[in-house]
Design a protein around this ligand. Sequence first.
Ligand SMILES: [Fe+2]
Length: 267
Amino acid sequence: MIETIGEEKWLELRTWFDEYVQSFADAGGRDPGPIDLKKRHTLRVCGEITGIGRSIGLNREELRFAETIALLHDIGRFEQYAAFGTFADRKSVNHAELGVQVIRKTGILNGLSGAVVSAVETAVSCHNKADLPAELDGRDRTFALTLRDADKLDIWKVVTDYYSQRDGSRDTTIELDLPDTPGVSEAVVKDLTERRFVRSEHVRNLNDFKLLQIGWVFDIHFEYTVRRLKEKRYLELIRAVLPGDESVESAFRVVADHLETRSAGSA
Ligand SMILES: [Fe+2]
C-alpha cells in the first residue's frame, strides 16, 4: 500500500514545480520556447493521468499520487535542454534518469516515506523505457502504466498540433533533431506490421519517428486511452503527414485494425 501524499505536500510540489521551471526561464541562453513546451506538456499530462485514474476507480489519495508522478516525470527535461539544447536523449542524457537525480538533489520529496519516494522515482525512471521491468508489479506497475498512457496521449497532441501547423518552419526539439528525408525505414515498417511498437534504434528520419508515434498503439493499456485516441483522431492526423507508399499504408492498416480490436473489446 502506497502511503499518501497529503494535500499540503501536493500544493508544495505544485508551487515548487512552477518555481523550478521558472529558474530555467533563460534556458541557458537558448530559445526558451522548448522549456515552456515541456511545462505545458507536464501540466496536461497531470490532466490526462487524472482522467485515466478516475476511469479505473482510483481514490483521491491515489489520484494525487498519480498527479505527482505526472508532475515529476519530465523534470529532467529542463536541465537537459539548458545543458544540451536538445530533447534527444541519444545526443545528450537519459532524461528520465536525470529526472531522478533532480528529485534527489533538490530534496523535493523529503519528508515523504521511503516507500513513496521509491514509487515516484520508479515511475519517473521507467516512463521512457521500451519495456517496464518485469519485477515491477501490483500498484507500482499500475501507476507506471497510467503515466506512460497519459504521456503518450499528450505527446500525440503536441506532435499533431505541430504537424498541422507546420508552415515550412521546423522545431528541431519536437523533431528530436531527426532529418526530414524522404521514405521510411524497412525495419520500422516491419515492427508495425509485426504488431509491435517501433524500436527507437530503428528510427532514422522524421517519417520513421511519425510511424513510431503511430506504433504506441501497441503499448497502451487503458480503455480511456483508446477512447481518447480515437476521439481525437491522432492516428489519422499523423497518417496525413506521412508519404502515401504502399508499405506505409499497410503498416497503418495493421495499427488501425489493432485499435479497432481494442475498441471492440471495450464495448
Ligand atoms: Fe512526458
